[in-house]
Structures are given as C-alpha cells and as structure tokens.
Design a protein around this ligand. Structure first.
Ligand code: BGC
Length: 711
C-alpha cells in the first residue's frame, strides 16, 4: 500500500511537541473525485484547507507495533483551487508514555506520516500528490501532547521557520487496510454543577465518569490561559482527588488568542467526571465547557431493565464502563498511566460486551493484534497491543486468545474469526505445555490469578485461590474451546480431546479440595468438580457464612452467579446481585458510582479509598455480571451448534425479589427479547425471537419459530 509515497517526518526528534507536516498545491481543473489515503507512526490530525479530514479520532488507531492501519477519506468537496494539506503528528500509542518502551530509548524512532492524495478530474485525467521530500514541516501550536499527561495548545504560537521534511526509510510493508472501527466523537455532556471544594478549588462536575475530551468556550486576551486538571472522584472531605491517576499528569493547558474562541483538544483524551479549573481568563459558567465522549464507533445492541432503580443504575454504569474502555482497543481503564489492552479484562467482559454492542469488527482487529504479538512459543502478552513486556502470560489473561474468538463466534455466528484465530488458539495450548512444570497441569508459573479477590493476603493484590489450580482449570477450559473451534472448522481434534481428558483427570487427582469461593466457582463452571452438588453447597455455605457476600476477584466474579444458578442456587445468585452492602455490585451504585469500579471498595464504607495505586473508577471487568442477567435471569442463551442466534434457548429464571426483568438483544437475525413480570399472583413471560427457539418455562419445553409469545 502507498507504494509511491514516502514516510516523512520533522527533521529532528521533537519529543512531546507535535510537528506539522504540510504541502500546498493547486488543482486547476474541475474535480470528479479526490481521495486521501493516509497513515502515520504516531497519531495524526489532518486538515485540508483548515477543515478536519474525516472523523477518526486518534487515527490510525492502536495496533501491534508490527503493523499500522491505513485510512482513506473522500475529500472531493474539500478541495479548492489553492489547497494546503496539514498533518499534525503526536506520539500517540506508537511512542508516547503509553508505549512503555520509553521514547528516550528510541531517539531515532520518529513519528511520521505517509499519504497519497489521488485526484481524478472531470476530463478523465488523474493526478497524485504523494508524501516525499517536496513537503515542508514546522512546529505546531500543539506544544505538548501525550495520552497520559495531556495536551498544551498555544493559540498564539506561529512558527515562521519552515523546514524541509526528513524522509525516513521505514518499511511500507507494515501498512495494512483499516480493520477496526473508527474512534469517533459521541455524546456532548453539559456540566451539572460548578462549585468550590473545601480547599477552595473551583471544580466542574459533569455528573458522569466518562472518557474523551471537551470543548472550551472563552473570551480572553492573547496570552491568558485555561488550565484544567481531571479527576474521577472527590475525596472524603469533598476535595479534588487525583492520586489514583498515579504518574499520569492528565492536564490540559490552553494559551488563548484575543477574543471569543473555542477549542477542542486534538490528540489527547482523559478519563474524568470532574475538571478542576486551575486558570480561566473569565467567569466559569455552565456554558464554559462541554464534555465530549469519545469511543469506537460500535453500535448499541443490548438493553437491560428491571424493577429495581439501583439495578438499572448498575446496568447504565456497565454501558458507561464499556463506552469508556472501548477506545480502539479494550482497555483496563481510561484515566491512569495504563489504558492498555489488558487481555484478562477483555476476556472477562467479552460476552457482555458482545450483547451490549456490536463488537465483532472491534474484536476482530484486536485479536489480529493478539495473534501478531503472540510469541513464537505461543505466549500471549498480558497487554495487546504489546507496548511493553516480554510476552509473559498468566492464566485467565493469555486465555483471551481462546475465549474471545469463541465468544465472538457464538454471538455473531461468523466462522471467519475462528478460521483466523485457530492457529493462535492452538499455539496458546502449546505455550502452557511448554511452561508448565507438570504434564497435563499448568503449574509452577506466575499468574495474576484471582486478581483483586477480597480474600487476598494483607499487602497483596491477588486473591488467595491456588494459582496452580486456577491455571490448570484455564488450561482445561482453553482446550475445550480449541476442540469446539476445531470441530466447527472441520479439523481433527482427537489429540485435543485426549488432552482434555488427561488434564481433567490430572486436575481431579491433584486438587481434591477447594478452599475459596473462586476455586469453587471455577471448579463448577469448568466442569471440574466431580461432585457438583457438594461443591455448590460448599460455595453457597461460604457465601452465606460471609453474610451473603462475595469474595471473588477478576477470575471468580464473572462466573460466580452462573455457578450458583446452574447448580440450584439461583435465589442466592439474586441475593448477591441485589446485595447493597459491601462487597457487592450495588454497593458502588449506592456510593454514587456512574461507572464500574476496579475494586469492590474503591471507596470504603468510611468514604476512604482502598488504595491509590490500583483504584480506577472506570474498570469494566466486574460489569461482566450483565451476561448473567441476559443469559440466566432473562434466560437468552446462544446454542453452540447454531451460533449467531440461528437457534436460541430462552430459559428465564425469575425471582420474587424483583417485580420484573427484561433483556433485549438486537442480533444479526433480528430482535430477541425476554421479559418476565409478576401479575396477579403468577409470573407472565413475554418473549420475542427472530429464530427457531426452545423456550423453557418451569422446566417445560416449547419449541417455537420466529415470533412473539406470551406465557
Ligand atoms: C490492570 C488490570 C490488569 C492487571 C493485571 C492492572 O494494573 O489495571 O486491570 O488486568 O493489572 O493484573
């Protein structure tokens, strides 16, 4: 791609200052069509005659460092007689602080642009303008830009010293067509309050923890400044709190020109609910700034509703958690010095994500990067794209390589994802066998395991569940998914079937007892527990002994309610779902959360923070509980043999604890919805299905075709 174009950059490394690469040209005939094909190392913000080209924010997106996506924009209506194309470049994911390789280690690795503008004239002739030595460069008004630290824009800055560009001999072979969704602007949210904190700081509250940027409106004299800091929460005294952003400075600085003006940051984003106004040239009002939500352009498909306002708020928070963390890659959180594609978080949330939104294309791209960054030994990096680390993988994190493709296949019914990922799935199993100290188990390796489980020993982030047990269980589970995927693709899976039996036997032999909630959950959900009834009772007893409270972390939580309801304890599952005291999903809601928290007591009952190092208030992982509401409470289940909702099982499990629950998923085949509610002493079910469905109500099966049904 872009074979005739050259990679060009500013002639010297500009650090975190953004250069502009530009070219002026004339088009002297009537234009039929003009297309700009463009990409960059770093992120680009391109304009033609002063107008932004396209709506892709942070183009060309976040990919493995081994490939860069190329975009094409129709610019026919943007061209005039005299034209200037300008491309502002930031380090973005490529070499900003988010890429933990550290830009200092790569002083000769420049952000660079490559582009071709193809113009077809009405007379049939064509012309191409390609990036080459004829382009020029200057320093831009974006004086500083980094995802973690923010942006400084100086509206008074003019660089008179135009210089020639440097042609870089970067490989064009890494260019690939755009694969993912564009990241675009979504809602604009007005502030709900402006107030002074006890410390006397001026703070704007948007009422919603969100990811994106904002637009400011200001009347100023040249040189006056707007300076903002960002926070997700206030501390117990009501003061502005930024410690949980860790080393991310998360600032915004704008130097004004004269008069009325507005500005939107070009190449940075923040995760925030509150803005502290450090400097502002005029009175700050509710009209001074509007928040702009930015995320991948995924289409909403799923909706949940219940008779409980708290639960409904939780459902909203789950959606906000997804919006805030689906910014080209599935990130752990959008605010502190991470914002990385943590594999564990992505696999935990993948099913919920795929019901809430159409994320097929989004995951296809991310999984392609996972496969590209997977080591030769099969190791899956803890974060994808792999901006740091040595490909070390732990259980439940590396297993994103098997769990996500299988889920995307189940939700959307397209075999392509399995075809593309199958070799990566198999390689992952090889990696486990290679690293494990025991045959047919996964032992002796390092894991994040039940990350942030509440049964963690003092001073540790890791729950008390046995690493070797969890790892071996995931080995078993991933093997089962390779078998399923292999069968779909018509591959011979005998060796994996034999492996599965051996792992199961070895786990059962070695791990006879389960000592934590998460161990019980995993033993039940992955079909390991030989005596399900006994293990389910143990789990239920443990939960009740804690006062009907969970103790689970990243690996136990997603399957906790499933393990209960699959084994006769659906009422206990509802008790946990509806639990309002710490620790629970609704605890954070009662504390005023507007997104999903990373830790069950991000803010504890005294109003204090549990930690400053690991305390994000926008971490979607525990939002995975939504898939239990879709799939068990409302009972909408995919069928392995008929994926993509070609056939459906709908088996709702209602409760007396709620008046109603309803779920809707706009599938590729049409709307599937399931609602149950109490009416006149009985329960009424309203079900709509787009395909042949087995409805199971009170143990009775009804086989129905597409349509709407009432029971
Ligand atoms: C991230 C997590 C991630 C974890 C690994 C954290 O710092 O924020 O969500 O999965 O590290 O355990």
């Amino acid at each position: 791609m872009l074979k005739r174009s050259k990679w060009i950059s500013y002639p010297v490394n500009m650090g975190f200052e953004c250069p502009v690469i530009f070219k002026s040209f004339k088009t002297e005939k009537e234009i039929k069509r003009a297309t700009l094909t463009i990409s960059a190392r770093g992120c680009y913000y391109a304009t033609l005659n002063g107008e932004r080209i396209g709506n892709f924010i942070f183009a060309p997106g976040a990919t493995s460092l081994k490939r860069v996506q190329v975009q094409s924009y129709d610019v026919t209506n943007m061209l005039g007689f005299d034209n200037t194309i300008e491309v502002t470049l930031s380090k973005g994911w490529f070499q900003g602080r988010i890429d933990w390789r550290g830009s200092n280690d790569y002083p000769n690795d420049y952000e660079a642009v490559i582009a071709e503008l193809s113009v077809t004239y009405k007379d049939g002739s064509c012309e191409s303008i390609v990036t080459d030595e004829s382009w020029s460069a200057r320093r831009s008004a974006v004086r500083f830009s980094d995802f973690y630290d923010g942006e400084h824009y100086d509206a008074t800055f003019i660089d008179e010293s135009i210089v020639g560009v440097k042609v870089q001999n970067y490989d064009n072979g890494i260019l690939v067509p755009q694969q993912g969704e564009f990241v675009v602007e979504h809602e604009r949210i007005r502030p709900i309050n402006i107030f002074k904190t006890p410390k006397g700081e001026l703070v704007i509250d948007f009422g919603q923890n969100l990811t994106g940027y904002f637009e400011i409106f200001v009347n100023a004299k040249s040189g006056e400044r707007v300076s903002f800091s960002f926070a997700e929460v206030l501390d117990v005294e009501g003061n502005f709190y930024t410690e949980n952003y860790r080393s991310a400075k998360a600032e915004f600085l704008y130097t004004c020109c004269d008069g009325e003006q507005s500005y939107k940051p070009k190449l940075a984003f923040w995760g925030y609910r509150y803005i502290r106004v450090n400097e502002f040239p005029c009175e700050v009002t509710l009209d001074s700034v509007v928040a702009i939500v930015v995320h991948s352009d995924i289409k909403r498909t799923g909706y949940l509703e219940s008779s409980s306002p708290l639960l409904n708020k939780l459902f909203k928070n789950i959606i906000w958690g997804q919006k805030g963390n689906f910014l080209d890659i599935p990130t752990d959180c959008p605010q502190r010095d991470e914002r990385e594609g943590w594999t564990g978080d992505a696999q935990v949330f993948c099913r919920t994500a795929s019901y809430n939104y159409d994320v097929e294309k989004f995951f296809e791209k991310w999984l392609t990067d996972l496969k590209i960054d997977q080591g030769d030994d099969g190791g899956v990096p803890s974060i994808v794209p792999q901006y740091w680390g040595d490909g070390w993988s732990g259980c439940g994190w590396g297993d994103a390589s098997t769990i996500c493709p299988w889920q995307i296949y189940l939700t959307y019914g397209n075999k392509d994802i399995l075809r593309k990922q199958y070799s990566s799935m198999c390689k992952w199993l090889k990696y486990i066998a290679l690293k494990s100290k025991n045959r047919y188990l996964w032992t002796g390796c390092e894991h994040f395991a039940d990350w942030l489980g509440l049964d963690a020993p003092a001073g540790s982030y890791k729950g008390s569940s046995n690493d070797d047990f969890l790892a071996s269980a995931y080995y078993l589970y991933s093997t089962s998914l390779v078998i399923k995927a292999g069968k779909v693709l018509g591959r011979s899976v005998q060796k994996y079937e034999a492996l599965y039996e051996r792992i199961l036997k070895a786990i059962r032999k070695k791990f006879k007892k389960y000592k934590t909630q998460t161990e019980c959950v995993i033993a039940l959900h992955f079909g390991i527990a030989p005596d399900k009834e006994k293990t389910a009772k143990q789990l239920a007893d443990m939960i009740i002994a804690k006062g009907t409270r969970l103790q689970t972390g990243f690996l136990g939580t997603p399957y906790l309610l499933h393990a209960l309801s699959d084994n006769g304890y659906s009422e206990l599952a509802y008790d946990l779902l509806l639990q309002e005291a710490f620790p629970s999903w609704l605890y954070s809601v009662k504390q005023g959360a507007t997104t999903i928290w990373e830790h069950w007591d991000g803010v504890n009952e005294k109003g204090e923070f549990w930690s400053k190092d690991m305390n994000s208030f926008n971490h979607y992982a525990y939002g995975a509980v939504a898939d239990w509401v879709y799939g068990v409470s409302c009972g909408i289940k995919t069928v392995d043999e008929f994926p993509g909702f070609e056939r459906i099982v709908i088996a709702p499990i209602p409760t007396d604890k709620l008046d109603f629950m309803s779920a809707q998923i706009q599938t590729r085949r049409g709307l599937v919805s399931s609602k149950w509610f109490h009416e006149g002493g009985t329960i009424r079910y309203e079900i709509t299905t787009p395909s042949r469905t087995t409805i199971i109500i009170d143990g009775k099966e009804y086989n129905v075709e597409k349509g709407s049904y009432i029971f």
